[in-house]
Design a protein around this ligand. Structure first.
Ligand code: GSH
Ligand code: FES
Length: 238
């Protein structure tokens, strides 16, 4: 079964009601963003392997009504449903987690040739030095305070890989804020680790004086509330 690209809310309702016993995988994305494009390929490959599952791909921007029903606030976002019940929700572009959830709920265990999520699979591999949680914590502490203003983004300021990161760069430039940046697409440990460290599930993430300030929406709100937000925040320490 190939992936069905949703064209309208009516089509979505029809497809999700038609065969309610079937496992349905929903994939919310914005097609222009680089990391979403990579996930598109993953989603398509999985659809080929799991014939019994209905795969629906939803452009979260074009179909805001559907995104709202499921309270999708970040993309890529995956939802597994059956009998109108949500079995699993996943945010972020970690295919391994999605594959295990899919295997678990579909009842068909498809060989995971491209991943080593199984504990057993790691045995045969050459020993890799895993960063301990403490070491990662130290690294993140250093990274988040590497400059007075640090932006954790997808891509680089001159070549953002996602619109959310691009908007944050534009805001910082507009306010003539000097900032350091880290491309989280280059380091998945930082990408996943920072979500826990900041207690924030998405990127971009902005740090000032080593303190987490927020994602794009929060920063926009902060500026609305206080047009001198950047000055106030960066001078607070001085
Ligand atoms: N509403 C968010 C938008 C950011 C967002 O949704 N980011 C997503 C897509 S770029 C994300 O980082 N997902 C987790 C991931 O890709 O690891 C904000 O205010 O910052
Ligand atoms: S929305 Fe897909 S990478 Fe940002």
């Amino acid at each position: 079964m190939s992936v069905i690209e949703i064209e309208s809310e009516a089509q979505f309702s029809q497809l999700t009601k038609e065969d309610s016993n079937r496992l349905i995988a929903l994939y919310f994305h914005t097609p222009w963003a680089g990391p979403c494009q990579a996930m598109n390929t993953v989603f398509r490959t999985l659809a080929e392997a799991h014939k019994s599952v209905l795969f629906l791909s939803i452009n979260a921007e074009d179909h805001a009504e559907i995104s709202e029903i499921f309270e999708v606030s970040a993309v890529p976002y995956f939802i597994l449903i059956r009998n109108s019940t949500i079995l699993k929700e996943l945010s972020g572009a970690d295919p391994k987690e999605f594959v295990s959830a899919l295997n678990q709920f579909s009842g068909e265990s498809v060989a995971q040739s491209t991943s080593s999520t199984n504990g057993a699979a790691t045995e045969a591999q050459p020993e890799q030095k895993e960063e301990s949680p403490e070491a990662l914590n130290e690294r993140l502490k250093k990274l988040t305070s590497a400059a007075p203003v640090m932006l954790f983004m997808k891509g680089s300021p001159s070549s953002p890989q996602c619109g959310f990161s691009r908007q944050m760069v534009a805001i910082l430039r507009e306010h003539q804020v000097r900032f350091g940046f880290f491309d989280i697409l280059k380091d998945d440990t930082v990408r996943q680790g920072l979500k826990t460290f900041s207690d924030w599930p998405t990127f971009p993430q902005l740090y000032m004086n080593g303190e987490f300030q927020g994602g794009l929406d929060i920063i926009k709100e902060s500026i609305e509330e206080d047009p001198n937000f950047f000055q106030s925040a960066t001078q607070a320490e001085a």
